[in-house]
Design a protein around this ligand. Structure first.
Ligand SMILES: Nc1ncnc2c1ncn2[C@@H]1O[C@H](COP(=O)(O)OP(=O)(O)OP(=O)(O)O)[C@@H](O)[C@H]1O
Ligand SMILES: [Mg+2]
Length: 257
């Protein structure tokens, strides 16, 4: 089967919750097929609401969220091979690493042999082989997130939706997880939306950064640094981080020079 990676398009999306709270107001942006877009913005600006809509867990009040194939046809979400990773790992505490990673395949009715072969593959790639028989309580927080990322990958998704996968870990573990996300994205080739609070993570991983202010888009930036030449300590990288920081501060209504 030829893989038809979709782009993800948010078209004039507004979301008003019952009670009248307007969480999103006329939001439009597009994540190109196979691209990685980071979404950053102050707490409560509507990031998770956007991701939930892409995942089919919430609906736009007006406007639409569409997956569009390379032939220009709109895909139905049901036909989309889509994986979501939330900020807490959400592992089942009574299942070991292998059985947690294999869960999406089990739910999809994949045979036991194929499940264990595919789980083994992603567990090895995530450097978790020596921990495969452990229960979640026997893992560090960073390892738990790696298990959650491995589980996200086990179905070979075409679309990856990541909601702050690194928010619960320390800075050092985050840098390691960033590498993991980059590898996951490169291996899967998936069209990826990454919500993060970390500007340096966004600049490190993304080819496009959407800066949101409350309910709307403040700025859409292309990250011009070549991906294989990104160096967290280089002046070009730090300058890009500073520029995005300023944009975020303006979006949050914090005065900047
Ligand atoms: N089910 C709901 N009912 C009513 N209001 C909601 C609901 N879900 C979210 N909201 C409101 O919508 C706004 C956006 O919420 P959302 O969770 O998308 O923000 P966020 O940008 O992901 O924030 P954070 O960075 O803290 O995760 C908030 O004001 C929130 O209180
Ligand atoms: Mg959120």
């Amino acid at each position: 089967m030829i893989r038809d990676l979709p782009s993800l398009e948010f078209q004039s999306v507004s979301r008003i919750f019952s009670g009248g709270a307007r969480a999103l107001n006329d939001v439009s942006f597009s994540i190109p097929a196979g691209g990685l877009t980071a979404v950053i913005g102050p707490s409560g600006c509507g990031k998770t609401t956007l991701l939930r809509m892409a995942a089919g867990l919430d609906r736009a009040t007006t406007g639409s969220v569409k997956f569009i194939g390379q032939d220009g046809n709109v895909h139905s979400r049901a036909s989309e091979n889509l994986s979501v990773c939330f900020q807490d790992a959400r592992l089942l505490p009574w299942r070991n690493v292998t059985d947690n990673v294999a869960l999406p395949l089990e739910l999809a009715g994949v045979s036991r042999d194929e499940r264990s072969a595919r789980a083994k593959q992603v567990i090895e790639a995530a450097g978790l082989s020596s921990a495969q028989a452990r229960l979640p309580a026997q893992l560090s927080g960073g390892m738990r997130m790696r298990v959650a990322l491995a589980r996200t990958l086990v179905t070979s998704p075409d679309v990856l939706l990541l909601d702050e996968p690194c928010s619960a870990v320390d800075e050092f573990t985050r840098i390691q997880l960033d590498e993991e996300i980059r590898r996951v994205w490169q291996v899967s080739g998936a069209t990826t939306m990454l919500i993060t609070h970390s500007v340096s993570e966004a600049v490190w991983l993304a080819d496009q950064i959407v800066v949101m202010s409350m309910g709307s888009i403040h700025e859409i930036r292309k990250v011009a640094l070549p991906r294989n030449a990104r160096d967290r300590a280089s002046s070009a990288f730090l300058l890009e981080v500073e520029t995005v920081m300023r944009s975020l501060a303006r979006a949050a209504g914090v005065l900047v020079a």
